[in-house]
Ligand binder design. Sequence first.
Ligand SMILES: *Cc1c(COP(=O)(O)O)cnc(C)c1O
Length: 364
Amino acid sequence: MIKVPYLDLRVKSPERKKKLLNAVDVVLSHGRLILGPEVGQFEEKIAASCHTKYAVGVGSGTDALYLALRSLDIGPGDEVITTPLSWIATVNAIVLCGATPVFVDIGEDMNINAELIEDAITDKTKAILPVHYTGRLCNMEKIVQIAKEKDLYIVEDAAQAFGANIDGAMAGSFGEVSAFSMNAMKVFNAYGEAGAVVTSNEVLANKLRSLSYGGTIKKEDCHYPSLNGRMDTIQAAMLLISMEYLEAKITRRREIAKYYTDALKVVIACPEEDGTFQVYYNYVVRTDKRDQLKSYLDTKGVETKIHYPILMPFHTAYKEQNSNCDLPVAKRVVNEILSIPNHEDMSDGEVEYVANCIRDFCSD
Ligand SMILES: *Cc1c(COP(=O)(O)O)cnc(C)c1O
């Protein structure tokens, strides 16, 4: 039987492995293992790709989100509007700042429903934190308009969306400050943990550097209690190599996505093409027989995932304060979503096999 893993993080290309090992070798020789020169090079490339003035390399996407909110002085008494459907890091970052998350339902695109945001704004609202779920941009035109009108910050959780754009306007460039994750699973991946924050505001960029260094100025005097969120030079060096392969990776993911959509849209709900450039961190199909489809694909050797099985407001840590959240679309969709393999190393044969298995399931 064919086995199709959801993701395979082994480096199979000998050429790429050699480049990565060389990059590590260089770092081991110069010995500047934290915030070394490769971190600066990485930051320059990230800012250039995102069309922002500054980027600050940090330890993880969670760090990036937390530090982004802290840089805007978001804290106790403040409300931050976000989506219920994301990796839990999104809401953890808000809560760890001391702020209160306010959940707005998603739309059929599985991103925050921008039409519902205004109703959730109170005099405590400080920021809107949209998440580009699966690497598909939220309705940023509307969100930017609301933020302007109501004088709110936008902090993008662009963890899944590096490279996503609408007519060249890049994920990460809409927010006052935006957060990326480059952990090993992301499309733009490190070989371990890594993240970045981008902004075009110099004051915020300096504050982010300080906040990611224990809140210190000149590595000496602490001005704001904070964490250690510094970036490893080895990860930055490997990310610079990763970046060389990124465009081809995204192209292949989009090709696989197109194949899936063409083959499957008549039998199951597929992600829609909406005129934005999506990077397909995950390719998510939807069916009310999700659990049966997942089991069926298991028996066929096709590994699938659910991103995410629990809506953020209803995790054990948060469910008590959110028991009254009215999120009808999210509550339905969370039981329908299934992420199917779409990584760049898949052969055409594997992609066809996955699509055929799903067609077989749907025709029974
Ligand atoms: C991966 C991810 C994060 C967290 O990033 P880490 O690098 O794992 O800390 C945050 N938000 C979203 C939407 C993510 O997918």
